[in-house]
Design a protein around this ligand. Sequence first.
Ligand code: NAP
Ligand code: F7E
Length: 330
Amino acid sequence: MKTALITGITGQDGSWLAELLLAKGYAVHGTVRRTSTPGDSRLLPFLDRLVLHPADMTDAGSLRDAVAACRPDEVYNLAAQSHVGTSWAMPAYTTDVAGLGAVRLLDAVRAEAPSARVYQASTCEIFGTSPAPQSEATPLAPRNPYAVGKAAAYHAVRNHRDAYGLFAVNGILFNHESERRGERFVTRKITRAVGRIVAGTQGSLALGNLEARRDWGHAEDYVEAMWRMLQLDAPEDLVVATGVSHSVQDFVEAAFAAAGLDWREHVTTDPALVRPIDIPELVGDASRARERIGWSPRVGFDALVRRMVDHDVRLARLERDCGEAPVPRR
Ligand code: NAP
Ligand code: F7E
């Protein structure tokens, strides 16, 4: 039985990856932050099959203890303050967690489990304003504090690979969403609003830049790519994307239409939600991933929107019927 350690196991991708690895027969360990209210709701269906270790990406000792406690075969570094908008409000913290956090983890692996394979959750955000479509050959041009931290982590992974022979890879993933997506990312913010509008518990939805174009896939497909990257014969950085971009407005139109609503009657724009710099278009060329790990997405844009809307309409009706107060996220 192989052992995997997932940092950020409580997040969207962490929960999908934990489920995938459990199904493959792994012993799955994860790091969790101490919080005043439990943050493990995404893990509840299989919580009793996980081993959780207290750790924070800002605390090198806790990461080293977690690695030493489970001596993993595979380490997936998914932990980050991953909201780009928030990274402008918390630049030092975000850059620390995403950048130095990865360095601390790599050092912990080198010290405690040097033969472990390491997956780093890199992101298309490192390409910033470099022209689309972006591939492994695209120059890095990070344009927000989150991306600056992730670009530092990207280079740290490559240095650890070349200097110490660590099997470490950057999965350069484009946007991926799901029914488990955090409610302040735009897709889930939209589908949660659609659900509540259908249930009669929300009237309108305020958004920022509707023109930005992103390459949206389903997270369940993307965690499969993470696992496949760690099964390669030799470590290699790969772009994972659908290759198709849509605007935020396209997503809004599709989500409202899926529930039989006209988005123009409900959506407003608020300049306070527009970022100081917003990347106009991120769309990936995943040809190399297709060739090296045989990966291609199974869930396309329309199916993604439909799955999220259906889920969030059901959820909003349940909340209404249980008398839970709706709290839309900005
Ligand atoms: P997410 O839902 O925001 O989850 C982030 C995880 O990181 C959570 O478990 C969170 O714990 C943990 N975390 C945050 N700050 C931490 C800290 N200081 N110390 C320890 N843990 C901390 O993100 P996601 O969508 O699953 O993404 C997973 C990873 O892939 C992230 O690194 C993200 O930057 C990267 N990525 C995501 C996408 C995407 O489209 N989803 C694309 C490319 C790359 P709490 O539950 O305690 O907050
Ligand atoms: O924004 C625009 C916003 O916050 C998408 C993270 O997982 O993917 C994610 O980062 C677009 C941007 O995701 C609102 O300005 C308009 O252009 O859903 P998002 P993101 O910034 O692309 C990358 C690959 C990651 O690595 C990140 O970790 O939508 N937008 N109006 C809005 N965005 C939000 N959040 N809220 C709005 O009201």
